[in-house]
Design a protein around this ligand. Structure first.
Ligand code: UDP
Length: 236
């Protein structure tokens, strides 16, 4: 079920297996946390034991990014396919619409979560979005009240990493949702503010290349992928 790379757990379940497990949690009212694992987070966790503990504390660590899939391949693991944070979120919304569960969107700049909500409803007309809140609201009481108001089953938290993961851990037992997923910049993408790579890049696992060409300053973030793979290989 899980593989470990440089001390960080990653789930090797497919989308459909993950979805079934997550909706079973909702029905049991079990609190669960989903995090996307990529080489950047694993490397950060090497110098940050607190972060490593937090990532491993999550119930579902999805292999976000080609780096983790390659690591699994190199080590004879079972992870064959990326399960990206954003696709996981879209899958959860699609299923939530079908199963009558409610979602909440928390994070990103003012107005973006609302735009993402409209786009999600356009995609999944039966989806119930119990509310939205931007990620710059400071009033803790207001944050908690706004989220609890509509009694959502799933909350997507888009505050960037690792802030969103710490926020989730801190709020798991304070607010009503059962499922908590940290989704980074996903609301910006869903709302259409940021374009995802064309299908062809994604099909061949080259989304990183597309992003590198469009946002060259990202090389500093991407250089971490080969570093990560070398360390995984060197570890027996
Ligand atoms: N963000 C937020 N509140 C903050 C800081 C950031 O809501 O105080 C949002 C920001 O607007 C963006 C997301 O968090 O939508 C961060 O996205 P990024 O792509 O940097 O995160 P990553 O995917 O790298 O974790």
């Amino acid at each position: 079920m899980k593989e470990t790379y440089l001390g960080v757990n990653v789930s090797n379940l497919t989308y459909s297996a993950l979805i079934e497990a997550i909706f079973a949690d909702i029905n049991k009212k079990k609190k669960s946390m989903i995090v996307a694992i990529n080489p950047e987070k694993v490397m950060k966790a090497q110098d940050d034991p607190e972060l490593k503990k937090l990532l491993n504390r999550a119930d579902y660590q999805v292999p976000d990014g080609i780096g983790v899939v390659l690591a699994s391949k190199l080590k004879g693991g079972k992870i064959k396919q990326r399960v990206t944070g954003i696709d996981m979120m879209l899958n959860l919304c699609e299923e939530a619409a079908e199963r009558g569960k409610k979602v909440f969107l928390y994070g990103a700049k003012p107005g973006i979560a609302e735009e993402a909500k409209q786009e999600l409803i356009r995609k999944y007309p039966n989806l119930q979005v119990s509310g939205t809140l931007d990620g710059y609201e400071k009033d803790e009481t207001k944050i908690i009240e706004t989220i609890n108001e509509g009694n959502p089953d799933i909350i997507f938290v888009a505050l960037g990493s690792p802030r969103q993961e710490y926020w989730i851990l801190d709020h798991l037992d304070k607010i009503s949702p059962s499922i908590f997923q940290g989704v980074g910049g996903s609301f910006d993408v869903i709302s259409g503010r940021i374009n995802r790579a064309p299908e062809i890049f994604m099909k061949f696992g080259l989304e990183w290349l597309y992003r590198l060409v469009k946002e060259p300053w990202r090389w500093k973030r991407q250089i971490v992928i080969p570093k990560f793979l070398i360390r995984v290989l060197m570890k027996k």
